[in-house]
Design a binder for this molecule. Structure first.
Ligand SMILES: [Fe+2]
Ligand SMILES: [Fe+2]
Length: 290
């Protein structure tokens, strides 16, 4: 047990020593994501990618035959699943199914953080697509979904580090949630950026992870601006581990960029509340944070 250093210093030591790693980014999900952004999407290519991954294939067939599609004939092949769910939904499912695995844990103390982080990531991703459509950036919906799903991956990494410190009994007691939240808040953007870079994720997504809390932001990266708007609104209404009631939650600049009125911003809050229900029912993969 090491008591002569601060909790933050112990975390930094773990990060620098590579004692903790997240599994590499799922290659199938990444290739599907790249494929669907091409001008002429080839269904056969996406079909082949999914078939080559038995675990993903069986999960997608399970979803295509789930209660949501009850009453329809049983889907037996990936091609039929693509037809039933559509390419956009298949891509979303591929990303969601592979990302969800990273948020699973048996540690009860950490579980609540992971649940809350997963809910926040998924809600941000779904609602960002809504914003993209409402703001006239329909063509960016896939990109913005991915960017938003990954924007706080640094938080997941830091929670994984804390989990490791806890199981190694490297601290005499676990600090309060307030201390943990403060550390995560301050460090996650940089850690997320480093992780996405390590995974060879394209730059525009790394930039979203890095700059989503910065005061100044790149006004040419539409995904970044959409995510900032959704993220701040999530934080404002408590769909986040961050409780931000200060001026930093003001979405004035982002709302002005899209010409969103007060009414539209109220609609955005409703979309967030609605998507929490979707996360719990249709996707059935991320219960609300406790
Ligand atoms: Fe964040
Ligand atoms: Fe966030």
């Amino acid at each position: 047990m090491q008591t002569d250093r601060s909790f933050l210093e112990i975390i930094e030591e773990y990060v620098e020593s590579d004692k903790v790693t997240l599994p590499p980014f799922d290659k199938t999900a990444l290739r599907i994501q790249q494929e669907i952004q091409k001008k002429e999407v080839q269904i056969s290519k996406i079909e082949k990618l999914i078939i080559a991954d038995p675990a993903m294939s069986s999960q997608i067939l399970k979803v295509a035959n789930s209660a949501f599609f009850r009453g329809l004939s049983k889907v037996m092949t990936i091609r039929e699943a693509i037809v039933r769910m559509g390419l956009d939904e298949i891509t979303r499912m591929a990303l969601i199914l592979t990302q969800k695995k990273l948020y699973e844990t048996n540690d009860t103390f950490i579980k609540n953080y992971r649940n809350a982080l997963w809910q926040h990531a998924l809600v941000c991703a779904l609602v960002s697509q809504w914003v993209a459509r409402e703001a006239g950036f329909e063509e960016t919906t896939q990109e913005v979904f991915f960017a938003s799903l990954m924007h706080d991956i640094g938080k997941l990494f830091l929670i994984t580090v804390i989990e490791k410190i806890k199981s190694a009994k490297d601290v005499p007691f676990m600090p309060s949630s307030a201390v943990i939240n403060e550390i995560i808040k301050g460090q996650h953007a940089e850690q997320g950026y480093n992780l996405l870079k390590k995974w060879n994720i394209p730059d525009k997504y790394c930039q979203v992870a890095k700059e989503h809390h910065d005061e100044k932001f790149d006004t040419t990266n539409v995904s970044l601006i959409i995510l900032r708007l959704v993220n701040k609104t999530c934080n404002k209404i408590g769909v986040s581990i961050e409780k931000n009631n200060d001026a930093a939650t003001s979405v004035t600049a982002e709302a002005a960029f899209f010409g969103f009125s007060e009414i539209k911003l109220a609609e955005l809050e409703l979309q967030i509340e609605d998507s929490i229900k979707r996360v719990g029912s249709h996707y059935n993969i991320g219960g609300p944070a406790k």
